[in-house]
Design a protein around this ligand. Structure first.
Ligand code: MG
Ligand code: MG
Length: 255
């Protein structure tokens, strides 16, 4: 079942989304060469505490995982695309980092992700991140009343294919609201004009993730969480929580 949100509820979601945006900004500011991923997780925990928010990631255990997620951020480095567990690894010059983060405030949740280079960026990584961000923008632009869910999916897939990147429709976008993962699911590829009709009050997380090598396969580490490109190439992942309003898409996880 898809729950549509009222204008007042969307405002509450915007408050949760703002905490997400602030935390991601703080994590990025601290993500210099030499810092550990566990230390970045602490940065995000501090922001949650400061705003009285809780983590929808911590302790989360979906059907695919054999253990609950132990942190408040997903930190995925280089060939890791999604769901990386922040541990003792210390960032090195030239790493490509993706941070995924959610916050729940007063019963409403926001979900967002950023990818960025650490230290000296590799041109190929800059292009990959830029393309993922363009796909996110294209998906958001398609999230308008009267459109279809397939328009959002198709917009993302089109950008990935034009750039020659690999994409997989597992682990795409989703409805978000009282919980992090709600209906409908928003795959990162699809057919325009198909799927659920988009109307005011629908709130979705849109989250392209692409693999530079152009292959569509992925592998999961023995930890049951960390998802890596199947060909070892680098990956990028970006995400916003977006409300569809009478006036068009409204990004809830932007400052
Ligand atoms: Mg996310
Ligand atoms: Mg998400």
């Amino acid at each position: 079942m898809v729950e549509l949100k009222s204008v007042a509820e969307i405002e509450k979601m915007r408050a949760a989304g703002r905490v997400v945006a602030i935390a991601l900004q703080e994590v990025r500011k601290n993500a210099a060469v030499g810092i550990s991923l566990a230390e970045l997780d602490q940065v995000a925990r501090s922001v949650l505490a400061e705003y009285g928010a809780t983590s929808p990631f911590l302790g989360y255990q979906p059907s695919f995982a054999h253990s609950p997620f132990p942190a408040v951020i997903c930190a995925s480095v280089n060939d890791a695309a999604l769901h990386g567990i922040p541990g003792r690894y210390r960032l090195a010059d030239g790493d490509l980092v993706s941070i995924d983060f959610g916050a729940t405030l007063h019963g409403w949740t926001g979900d967002s992700a950023i990818s960025f280079p650490v230290g000296t960026p590799r041109p190929a990584d800059v292009r990959l991140i830029d393309t993922a961000e363009r796909a996110l923008a294209a998906g958001i632009a398609a999230a308008v009343p009267g459109g279809r869910l397939g328009d959002v999916s198709a917009a993302i897939g089109r950008v990935a294919r034009a750039a020659g990147y690999g994409l997989h429709t597992d682990f795409g976008g989703h409805g978000v609201g009282r919980t992090m993962h709600e209906s409908p699911s928003v795959p990162n590829d699809g057919k325009p004009g198909r799927g659920m009709k988009l109307g005011p009050g629908l709130v979705i997380a849109i989250e392209p993730w692409f693999m530079a090598g152009g292959h569509d396969s992925y592998v999961v580490d023995p930890d049951g969480w960390t998802l890596r490109s199947g060909d070892g190439s680098r990956a990028a992942h970006v995400e916003h929580t977006v409300a569809i309003t009478e006036d068009g898409p409204l990004i809830l996880t932007a400052l």
